[in-house]
Design a binder for this molecule. Structure first.
Ligand SMILES: C[S@@+](CC[C@H](N)C(=O)[O-])C[C@H]1O[C@@H](n2cnc3c(N)ncnc32)[C@H](O)[C@@H]1O
Length: 255
């Protein structure tokens, strides 16, 4: 297991970037399927965490049936405290506890790197989708983020990410093998400009960055020492760090 989310479930939503708005991918899917929009689609969030995406969706699609699945009780407890009108289910994305052809639409957001049996999960997603259903995966792409200061100061985090994140092309191939003939992917590069002082403030909040929780305490402390050395140089703290977060989105349609 990459990370025990029960350890951090309580503080998980404290990060401002955890907020979500209603899913634009679900909106796009239903625009093309107005019949389903009226009837109410059946939607799965596999790796739902504290449930923010489905909770944000609820008011927009009152007739939809939403199910969020996650292996960690602490994350699901937080999800349940936000909505009792959504089915929160404990389980592994690679062994979905649902009948075949149960859902019209499925998502997996920022969690595929945590799944051990990744190819099996892609097959499971295909199994539980109905013909005409859609799967959308979103995540960061560490393979395109080698210039990140996080990796410069904490190189073990890059090693861990390269172990746990599949390259987007391999995910696409895995989806085709799982039985999705139509797979489309896109990526967006979001520039990040910060001072070394701001970066140091962020990484000292270790629990706010799951990548720093995946490395050993020794590796984390060694990174902080490297950072401390650069901060103490004249002008070092105000030095500008320019990098980018690369987001990928992979859409797969079932026939
Ligand atoms: C970074 S969080 C993302 C949560 C949520 N999707 C979001 O965007 O806020 C990663 C999630 O993946 C979940 N996870 C870990 N292993 C999993 C598995 N085998 N199957 C499904 N989800 C898993 C974790 O419990 C955690 O809630």
């Amino acid at each position: 297991m990459r990370l025990d989310y029960d350890r951090i479930a309580e503080g998980y939503d404290a990060q401002p970037y955890r907020n979500k708005s209603a899913d634009p991918d679900l909106a796009e899917f239903l625009r093309a399927r107005p019949d389903l929009g009226l009837k109410g689609p059946s939607v799965l969030d596999a790796g739902c965490g504290t449930g923010n995406q489905l909770v944000a969706n609820r008011p927009c699609w009152p007739h939809a049936r939403f199910a969020g699945l996650d292996p960690f009780r602490g994350m699901l407890r937080s999800a349940l405290s936000k909505s009792r009108d959504i089915a929160w289910i404990r389980g592994d994305g690679a062994d979905l506890p649902f009948h075949s052809a149960t859902f019209d639409f499925a998502i997996n957001q920022f969690s595929f790197h945590h799944v051990m049996r990744k190819r099996r999960m892609l097959g499971e997603i295909r199994r539980v989708l109905r013909p005409g259903g859609r799967f959308v995966m979103s995540n960061i792409d560490p393979w395109a983020m080698a210039d990140s200061p996080l990796y410069a100061y904490f190189p073990e985090a890059l090693e861990a990410d390269r172990r746990d994140f599949m390259k987007p092309a391999a995910i696409e191939e895995g989806l085709r093998e799982a039985g999705f003939p139509d797979v489309v992917s896109s990526s967006a590069r979001l520039p990040v400009v910060q001072t070394l002082r701001q970066f140091a403030g962020a990484v000292r909040e270790r629990a706010s960055c799951s990548q720093l929780l995946t490395i050993s305490d020794e590796a984390y402390q060694a990174g902080l020492r490297r950072l401390g050395g650069d901060l103490s140089r004249p002008g070092g703290a105000e030095g500008k760090l320019e990098s980018a977060v690369v987001l990928i989105r992979i859409r797969a349609d079932a026939r």
